[in-house]
Design a protein around this ligand. Structure first.
Ligand code: FAD
Length: 508
């Protein structure tokens, strides 16, 4: 086999695994290399004392991106992964006890809106229309399309102007509803992909439409189960996945990527290299010995990076019947919304107050915790490490944990005495575990001037035969985003010159 038919994928995150599946389907002999001990990247899990901590993504939207990926490989996603729709999708809470349960049913949503602010019902209905219009342009029109030609971005500008894409999603919500709580409930979604709702484009209002039309789902076994199913397809296609294997450099000769070197000095050759490592790490570190045309260190250092994350994972003993009103997904607001966003995204300041996302998978998935027990994670958005006077988490972590615990105590009285096992991730963990620049939770922030053509391209600007997938490239972070980045890759890469004899998965 010639090197032209060999492909190396750096990183076994959901983006890298999707890329490997697409390339396998095109006949490439694929080798996936990841520094972690298992597949999934941010979507992987850690099992500890009988509890499975799903480390990152918990909300699965737009399941059809997975279905079409599987279909491209001649497989049926629903046969391989048990995806369950959730109802309600999630609950949003405020310190005064107000609760808002989001779901896909219009009448129930209208009742939830009216409960908080009856006069905002009309504005909410307008927001739903705004959301649907943005879905057509922003999701159907752009997400799975190659955006490396400037013309493709220029083409959508008139539509963007018409839809007031210059306005932030919070700005759009504020124009439609008067109640501050509802403004938050309609605009917080970009936080799940690392964007500041007060600054990212109102095009992200499309998420409300996605949720309503396609639901919010949970993968039994956590997103790890999706990653494992992907890895199984890759291996069945004849691909190889090597864990605990770190790439140190991408080789470029005569302007073309020719392979990689590992940190142990081994060199692997391939005609096609796909990086699922963060775009910043790819250009700043893996291509450090190559002169860059676009993504110089200086340029990368001037980009805006998504926020960092403080995540406290813990198991609790004998609590399955406790806190019965605490469901699978809960967002607990603090006293401030826009002020807190300003501290995190504009000032780089770790505030004393916080908004928390609480994940309790054990109410849906008995495999997450031992019988009668619970598994939780609690996430607080915090500044990334790139600010002057960045937080020193070695010192700050125990202090911050007490502040988080104080808020949680209001939601789950007595939880601390029930904790049987725990684990904490800070932005420093994201930096060291995922090699994420500034320890950011979601790579480059999805600002309008860091999206589409303005984002690092799927087909690298720096070397022929080098491609990027995952959160730092087009279309961006989130499971639908990173899986779609591999769909774009599939459109850019020709079939392998030598058709491989792909072994079939054993029939189940
Ligand atoms: C806490 C949290 C909650 C989230 N919640 C949601 C959610 O509910 N729904 C949703 O849709 N999205 C969510 N997201 C976002 C989503 O998880 C990510 O955008 C997505 O998983 C990123 O996938 P990826 O393939 O780009 O990268 P990653 O998952 O980061 O994978 C990249 C892989 O590359 C490896 N790697 C990096 N450099 C090298 C190297 N030099 N050599 C070898 N390997 C390397 C890393 O170890 C990693 O395994 C969440 C993210 C986090 C962190």
């Amino acid at each position: 086999m010639t090197n032209d038919a060999r492909a190396i994928v750096i990183g076994a995150g959901l983006g890298g695994l999707s890329a490997a599946m697409r390339l396998g389907a095109k006949g490439y002999a694929v080798t996936v290399l990841d520094r972690l001990d298992r597949s999934g990247g941010r979507g992987s899990s850690i099992s500890q004392d009988g509890h499975r901590f799903d480390l990152g993504p918990t909300i699965v939207t737009v399941p059809q991106v997975f279905e079409s990926l599987w279909a491209a490989c001649g497989r049926d996603f629903r046969q391989d992964v048990d995806l369950r729709p959730l109802d309600p999708f999630y609950e949003v809470r405020w310190p005064d006890g107000t609760k808002f349960a989001a779901c896909g049913d219009d009448d129930r949503m209208f009742a939830e809106i009216s409960k908080i602010s009856p006069s905002d019902l009309k504005g909410y209905k307008r927001f739903l229309k705004d959301s649907a219009a943005r879905y057509v342009v922003g999701f159907e029109g752009m997400v799975a399309k190659p955006m490396h030609r400037l013309w493709e971005t220029i083409k959508v500008l008139p539509k963007f102007a018409q839809l007031r894409a210059d306005r932030s999603i919070y700005g759009l919500a504020a124009a439609r509803v008067k109640d501050e709580k509802l403004r938050m409930a309609l605009s917080f979604h970009p936080l799940f992909i690392g964007g500041d709702p007060a600054h990212v484009t109102s095009m992200y209002a499309l998420v409300a439409h996605l949720e309503k039309e396609f639901g919010v789902h949970y993968a039994m076994g956590g997103v790890q189960a999706i990653a494992d199913a992907m890895a199984k397809v890759v291996r069945a296609q004849g691909g190889v996945i090597r864990h605990e294997t770190q790439v140190d450099e991408i080789h470029v000769e005569d302007g073309a990527a020719t392979g990689v070197s590992l940190t142990d000095g081994t060199r692997l050759d391939a005609g096609l290299v796909v990086s699922n490592a963060d775009a910043g790490h790819t250009y700043d570190h893996l291509l450090r010995n190559h002169t860059k045309r676009r993504w110089t260190s200086r340029k990368l250092s001037r980009r805006r990076w998504s926020m960092g994350l403080y995540v406290w994972y813990f198991g609790t003993k004998g609590t399955a019947d406790m806190w019965p009103d605490l469901g699978h997904h809960t967002i607990q607001n603090g006293p401030r919304f826009t002020g807190l966003l300003r501290d995190i995204f504009m000032k780089g300041k770790l505030a004393d107050d916080m908004s928390l996302y609480v994940h309790r998978p054990s109410v849906t998935d008995p495999t997450a915790a031992p019988a009668g027990d619970d598994t939780f994670y609690v996430l607080s958005p915090v500044p990334h490490l790139g600010w002057k006077n960045a937080v020193d988490w070695q010192t700050e972590e125990p202090i911050y944990r007490e502040k988080v615990a104080a808020v949680l105590e209001g939601m789950m009285p007595g939880f601390r005495e029930r904790i049987s096992t725990e684990l904490v991730f800070t932005p420093e963990t994201f930096r060291d575990r995922y090699l994420s620049p500034h320890g950011a939770g979601f790579s480059l922030e999805p600002r309008i001037l860091q999206s589409a053509w303005f984002r690092p391209h799927n087909v690298s600007e720096e070397a022929r035969g080098l491609y990027l997938v995952g959160a730092g490239t087009h279309p961006g972070a989130g499971l639908p985003g990173v899986v779609s980045s591999a769909e774009v890759l599939g459109k850019l890469v020709p079939d392998a010159p030598v058709v491989m004899d792909a072994p079939r998965l054993a029939a189940e």
